[in-house]
Design a protein around this ligand. Structure first.
Ligand SMILES: [Fe+2]
Length: 294
């Protein structure tokens, strides 16, 4: 019998106070392409998908929803049945967003709104031609109330696997594919986005992106540094609404069948297995800005 299995984070839908500056940032700095604007909501793509970033006007900044794609072995109606068996309420909505004909909407135990879908329209426009142009939207980190329950939810309901942890209850890293993490959950009293992360091609793309950020007056808040959990080389900066944005490369590749990460020369031990880390940076780089307190 098939189980519910999410396999990628497809989009993040932001509530934004200043839509114009967010769209300007995602097009001119990040190199995304606007595919559609409908009822004041902007849809931006990084290559093939109808959208990977959505900007919705609002009075306060927040995340409106996270869009996850399901493997399609179960219809949305069957997924809904599985969820309801586990006591989780969800709604199927038709055409609530352009580019996706049907989504299954629900809340995780932290209170985030999730939109699960099996198919999204593809666009012909391709990648942007100027700006950073990341390879993809890679992961989100969010502070979560109901921390343990939320971790259980992603593992037991949506099919995520545990990959790493930092500290006793600080951060848990979970994946739904071969990337070290697709979500990073941080224990908190309140639920909010900690950062959104985009994958770059390589180290030269990493420093090129810092040059470009500097040109647009966006300071790098931390990094580049190699993380312990995930081993990604990362920098962080703010978007115009002060959401923290991570740009990274070199993230660990998880081989779920073996329960290890693909060996890399910079790994501390071989085989590198999921574990609890104490430090955040493999290089000892200190944060000058406490990203957990933004
Ligand atoms: Fe991250």
């Amino acid at each position: 019998m098939s189980t519910v299995k999410v396999f990628r984070l497809a989009y993040v839908d932001f509530y934004a106070k200043n839509v114009e500056s967010m769209v300007d940032y995602y097009t001119n700095v990040m190199g995304y392409r606007m595919t559609e604007e409908k009822e004041g909501v902007s849809y931006l793509s990084n290559g093939l998908d109808h959208h990977n970033i959505v900007i919705t006007p609002a009075k306060e900044k927040a995340v409106r929803s996270y869009g996850y794609q399901l493997d399609g072995r179960l219809s949305l109606e069957e997924v809904q049945e599985h969820l309801s068996f586990k006591g989780i309420t969800s709604n199927i909505e038709a055409h609530s967003k352009p580019g996706i004909s049907k989504v299954l909407k629900l809340q995780d135990p932290a209170g985030n709104t999730l939109e699960l879908f099996t198919e999204m329209d593809q666009t012909a426009g391709g990648f942007g031609t100027s700006g950073i142009i990341p390879l993809k939207l890679g992961h989100v980190a969010f502070c979560a109330r109901n921390f343990n329950e939320t971790i259980q939810f992603y593992q037991n309901v949506l099919g995520f696997a545990f990959t790493d942890q930092i500290g006793a209850g600080f951060a848990n890293f979970l994946t739904c594919n071969t990337d070290h993490h697709v979500i990073n959950i941080v224990a908190s009293e309140q639920t909010f986005l900690h950062h959104i992360a985009f994958q770059l091609k390589d180290a030269s793309h990493q420093y090129e992106s810092s040059d470009l950020l500097a040109k647009h007056g966006r300071a790098v808040l931390w990094g580049p540094s190699r993380h312990t959990a995930g081993h990604n080389i990362a920098t962080y900066h703010y978007d115009p609404e002060k959401n923290v944005v991570e740009l990274y490369t070199d993230m660990d590749v998880f081989i779920e069948e073996l329960g290890i990460f693909e060996p890399r020369p910079w790994h501390e031990v071989l085989p590198q297995k999921p574990k609890v880390w104490e430090a955040l940076s493999a290089w000892g780089t200190q944060f000058e800005v406490d990203l957990a307190k933004i």
